[in-house]
Design a protein around this ligand. Structure first.
Ligand SMILES: NC(=O)c1ccc[n+]([C@@H]2O[C@H](COP(=O)([O-])OP(=O)(O)OC[C@H]3O[C@@H](n4cnc5c(N)ncnc54)[C@H](O)[C@@H]3O)[C@@H](O)[C@H]2O)c1
Length: 366
């Protein structure tokens, strides 16, 4: 039986270096190549990973034997890149968050993956934090009782210079705002812990900087299980990041997750000793979850296990984001069952998209 999977990374930007760091301890994964449009970036990552460097992913995928492609290109081009790759090669995809910006794009990728008999694994690495897993088990085994309230609060600092790093940042077509880019981690964990949401009511604003999309928002939530919830997410806190927390008020107790990425169990009333046991120090907001994501994905590909997050489950978080946006756009409650999408999130912008699209190969060898 194969002992490891061969991975190629596309997109050698900020998050790819974190992948490289996390992959150091993952013996089940061997990175064979990486690719970026910018020579200095790909050479730097290739140097760190001791792998081959490419400037064109078609060339890379035609020359290399690859089991899994990690796609870490800008969010707004995920759909086009995965579609192009699956149209030409039979390869599995590890897809950075947010997996896509339109639900219809997600459904098309799902169809293509089924047709090609490959898997697409969405990255929601923080679900795998031991703090989050402890709260999940407490909800499943009844320690916290029935859920009464589920709350997300993010108070981070993203000044204008952050949005100015690249033309796609903070745009509706390529990134989304505070809910989609940063809030998604915590919104996804709340969904994972407290269950599906029946209806939402949001109000968004731009209060700290001027990205195209929101940098601040509040939302009311009604869960399918009858619980209520609230989101309070801002990138306009100054002068630095303060808090990213998720709290679950249960009929038998309280759990509060905090730290950079829900890596700490701040309050756990059923057994306060667990607060220390299930907390981890992490140096930055990406956390350590990618390591476990790779281990589990390798296991799926080597042994046919269950993936860390099913594609459709990941897509439900995108559906929820669309309902939250649509509610702000229409200034009213939106029911998830109505499957209404935002008028703006994921809208196509050729000018922003085109620089990242590359030409198909002259000859496909696979
Ligand atoms: N899971 C997490 O915690 C986490 C954290 C940060 C970013 N992300 C996600 O990762 C993705 C990348 O974010 P980032 O901050 O690294 O962005 P970035 O802009 O730093 O990097 C993106 C890279 O993709 C490259 N690229 C674009 N088109 C390409 C193509 N056709 N072929 C090869 N390379 C191409 C760009 O040149 C750039 O170097 C985004 O979707 C983002 O939301 C996830």
């Amino acid at each position: 039986m194969k002992k490891n999977i061969k991975v190629a990374i596309i997109g050698c930007g900020r998050v790819s270096f974190h992948h490289a760091e996390m992959l150091r301890d993952v013996s089940e994964v061997k990175v064979v190549a990486c690719c970026d449009l910018i020579k200095e970036k790909v050479e730097k990552l290739a140097g760190e990973l001791n792998c081959r460097a490419y400037l064109n992913y078609h060339e890379m995928l035609q020359e290399e034997e690859v089991d899994l492609v990690t796609l870490a290109t800008p969010t707004g081009v995920h759909f086009e890149h995965v579609q192009d790759i699956l149209n030409h090669y039979k390869v599995n995809i590890l897809l950075e968050k947010p997996m896509v910006l339109k639900v219809s794009d997600g459904l098309e990728l799902k169809r293509l993956a089924v047709q090609k008999e490959v898997r697409i694994f969405p990255v929601y690495q923080n679900r795998l934090n031991k703090s989050v897993q402890r709260v999940k088990s407490a909800l499943l085994n009844g320690e916290l009782g029935d859920i009464v309230l589920g709350t997300v609060r993010v108070r981070w600092c993203r000044p204008q210079r952050y949005y100015d790093l690249a033309a796609w940042r903070g745009t509706y077509s390529m990134d989304g705002g505070a809910y989609v880019n940063q809030g998604i981690h915590f919104i996804d964990i709340l969904r994972y812990l407290a269950g599906e949401i029946q209806a939402v009511n949001s109000c968004f604003a731009r209060l700290g900087a001027k990205p195209e999309a929101e940098d601040t928002g509040v939302s009311l939530l009604r869960f399918e299980n009858g619980a209520l919830g609230q989101l309070e997410i801002t990138m306009a806190a100054r002068p630095h990041d303060y808090e990213a927390s998720i709290s679950i008020v249960g009929s038998k107790g309280l759990a509060v997750l905090g730290g950079w990425c829900a890596n700490k169990l701040l309050t756990f009333s059923p057994n306060p000793e667990d607060e220390q046991i299930f907390s981890e120090e992490v140096p930055m907001a990406y956390g350590f979850g990618h390591r476990e994501v790779y281990r589990r994905v390798a296991k799926v590909l080597l042994e046919e296990n269950n993936p860390p997050v099913e594609f459709e489950d990941g897509l439900n978080t995108i559906r929820l984001l669309h309902a939250l946006y649509r509610s702000n756009e229409e200034q009213k409650w939106i029911k998830l069952a109505d499957q209404l999408e935002s008028f703006r999130l994921g809208e196509r912008n050729e000018k922003l998209l085109t620089p990242y699209l590359i030409k198909p190969p002259l000859v496909s060898t696979k």
